[in-house]
Write a protein that binds this ligand. Structure first.
Ligand SMILES: Cc1cc2nc3c(=O)[nH]c(=O)nc-3n(C[C@H](O)[C@H](O)[C@H](O)COP(=O)(O)OP(=O)(O)OC[C@H]3O[C@@H](n4cnc5c(N)ncnc54)[C@H](O)[C@@H]3O)c2cc1C
Length: 596
């Protein structure tokens, strides 16, 4: 078993040196806090992660939840975790004071999420609870807030996001669960939901589903979807006719049950409580989506982080062969595999993905906080548009590249990586879901190219170009960084050209052609954005190296990894740009079927 799953020095560097998280306390919303408060909050997450989560990584994977006689039992360590995290106040740390939170910035709670999920992503229960409670806090009546939020934030009641149905996964406009209005203002809920994470289990006293459904007679499509609170057990203690019909046995993240649930199946007596107004349910969900997507991006970065540190530790200890120039000196001792260029290449890839992703996630979270907290309308608009543009990337890159990074972690272990003797085979399985749920990579990419890039006449793109332009300006005057500043500048120009080319196709009205390679556009865009994050890290590392001699190794390692990203990853954009401006169409359905 590895001994490390994240690097506190790296987290502090990103939070405080690169992204200057403590500056957020200048906003009235966060004015009660300071760096000490942020550090204490992070420390309490580390305590829980070290003691109640990390030791059980394997146990929750090996003892997956089972549905037996209608009841779902999960590993006992999950109950201890939920109790501790509920008592610590971390579940709702970023909620408003009036909703029982501590108004800690999302920038800090993202860091908490990263630590907790790196420690054990198979205990991923509380992100769902806080997401569900936040929907009630933002859109529910005072009555709903008083009735449900406190117990959820205490970790006693589980929250879920109850969207997916057998015929409606990516296409939520096709959901059919129904809600019939009752004379007392409540609704009778009927239907089935599938894949509901933490949808039922015995480590909590109640499960509160935030369910989307259609009120009878509502318009078709997204405009007819409403949001309901549907508890498993009603407030008076009676059963609410929510049935666990099945449990999925999954490739990874086995600690968390994914449930097939029936509503009103037994006695046609399942009651739901409307959140906000009728027919605005999907709109409310969409308003919460940025947080949920940042949460999934964090999951990808976290699992890749745990895998990287395991691979790094192993590579330092495993002796095998000799240096390529000493291949025939058989009397010389074998060297640790970390000395082989190919292993170093794989480790640098993992490090650059983990630390680049985390930087992007903190960047996105910071703009989220600014958008929420600032009183300045122009600053708010800018931060909001940056969040809109960066979120699909912050969801996708850490998950897609995280998968590749963990594949390299397995490779670093050689044959042992494929066995259950080491944790990386589990991480390889665990991360696989992240590009699928909360909007698949295909859907995120269409969102980026089809909606976010053209939104407000390209204003979000303009703001991003200005942000990256500022970084380039800072780096260009530094002799050691100017080369990388120019590489990023040229690469961003290439992205701009590709974007203009695709907008030309959009202008012709052929939307299918315009979006057909959206996922490749996502990769092109992501590599640029992460290169920008690496240049930002390089600037701070260079500054620190010139100011003092403390921690030189850490800062030099940052510059080295930045160089790796620019020399090994950014060049991939050339191939992507070539394809994206290529006129040959091969993936669009034509009269003749070639896939056979
Ligand atoms: C472990 C697990 C946990 C989950 N947790 C939850 C949960 O808590 N709550 C919840 O509501 N749901 C949950 N889900 C469901 C998850 O969000 C869906 O699986 C996901 O949205 C994809 O839907 P689908 O499985 O129906 O796939 P489909 O929508 O059928 O997609 C299949 C493939 O087709 C592609 N595709 C579909 N439509 C398009 C299109 N228009 N253009 C291009 N490509 C397209 C997709 O990208 C994908 O590659 C969970 C799923 C799993 C496996």
């Amino acid at each position: 078993m590895a001994t490390q799953y994240f690097n506190k020095r790296n987290l502090d560097f990103l939070l405080y040196e690169v992204h200057e998280a403590e500056k957020l306390t200048q906003f009235p919303r966060f004015a009660d806090h300071n760096k000490e408060v942020f550090d204490m909050t992070i420390e309490s997450a580390i305590q829980i992660a070290d003691n109640l989560m990390f030791p059980f990584v394997k146990a929750v994977d090996k003892n997956q939840p089972e549905l037996i006689e209608g009841k779902v039992s999960v590993h006992p360590s999950i109950k201890n975790y939920l109790k501790a995290i509920g008592e610590s106040g971390l579940i709702g740390a970023d909620f408003d004071y009036e909703d029982g939170g501590a108004q800690i910035p999302v920038t800090i709670t993202s860091a908490l999420g990263y630590i907790l999920m790196a420690a054990n992503n198979g205990m991923m229960y509380t992100g769902l609870t806080s997401g569900a409670a936040r929907l009630i806090a933002n859109f529910g009546s005072q009555e709903l807030k008083d009735a449900y939020i406190p117990k959820m934030l205490e970790g006693k009641w589980q929250g879920t996001m109850c969207l997916t149905e057998p015929q409606a996964g990516s296409s939520l406009s096709d959901i059919v669960a129904t809600a019939e209005p009752l004379p007392d203002g409540t609704y009778k809920i009927r239907g089935q939901k599938i894949f509901i994470s933490a949808g039922d289990h015995d480590a909590c006293d109640n499960v509160i589903h935030l369910l989307i459904g259609r009120i009878k007679g509502a318009p078709l499509g997204t405009k007819g979807i409403s949001l309901f609170v549907v508890p498993k057990i009603r407030l008076d203690g009676s059963d609410n006719d929510v049935t666990s019909m099945g449990i999925y046995h999954k490739l990874g993240q086995k600690g968390v049950p994914a449930m097939h649930l029936g509503f009103g199946d037994k006695q046609d007596d399942c009651i739901g409580y409307l959140v906000g107004e009728e027919n605005k349910g999907l709109n409310y969900m969409f308003q919460m989506m940025n947080e949920a997507r940042i949460g999934v991006g964090l999951t990808g970065a976290s699992i890749a982080s745990a895998a990287y540190y395991a691979a790094l530790e192993y590579a330092k200890e495993r002796p095998q062969s000799r240096r390529l120039n000493q291949k025939h000196a058989l009397d010389a001792p074998q060297i640790a595999i970390i000395q082989h260029p190919d292993v170093r290449r794989m480790l640098l890839f993992q490090k650059s993905v983990v630390e680049g992703s985390l930087s992007l996630l903190i960047e996105t979270s910071k703009h989220f906080d600014i958008a929420e907290a600032t009183m300045d309308e122009e600053e708010k608009r800018r931060a909001h548009l940056l969040v809109e543009l960066l979120t699909p990337i912050a969801k996708t890159f850490p998950c897609e590249y995280g998968m590749l990074a963990i594949s390299d972690a397995v490779q670093c272990f050689g044959g042992y990586g494929f066995t259950e003797d080491f944790p990386v085979e589990q991480f390889y399985r665990d991360i696989r879901i992240t590009p699928i749920y909360e909007g698949t990579t295909g859907i995120q990419s269409q969102d980026l190219l089809g909606r976010k890039v053209p939104m407000e006449n390209g204003k979000a793109m303009q703001f991003l170009a200005e942000e990256a332009g500022n970084t380039i300006k800072q780096a260009i005057s530094d002799e050691k960084l100017s080369k990388y500043a120019i590489l990023l500048k040229n690469s961003l120009e290439k992205l701009q050209k590709v974007t203009m080319h695709l907008m030309g196709i959009a202008g012709s009205g052929d939307i299918e052609r315009y979006l057909s390679d959206a996922t490749l556009y996502m990769e092109l865009f992501s590599l640029n954005v992460v290169a920008w994050q690496w240049l930002k890290q390089g600037i701070i590392a260079r500054q620190k190296l010139s100011e003092s001699t403390i921690d030189n190794d850490f800062y030099e390692s940052k510059i080295h990894t930045m160089k790796y990203f620019f020399h090994y990853q950014l060049p991939k954009t050339d191939g992507l740009a070539t394809r994206l401006t290529d006129t040959e169409v091969l993936t669009i359905v034509s009269e003749k079927e070639y896939l056979m």
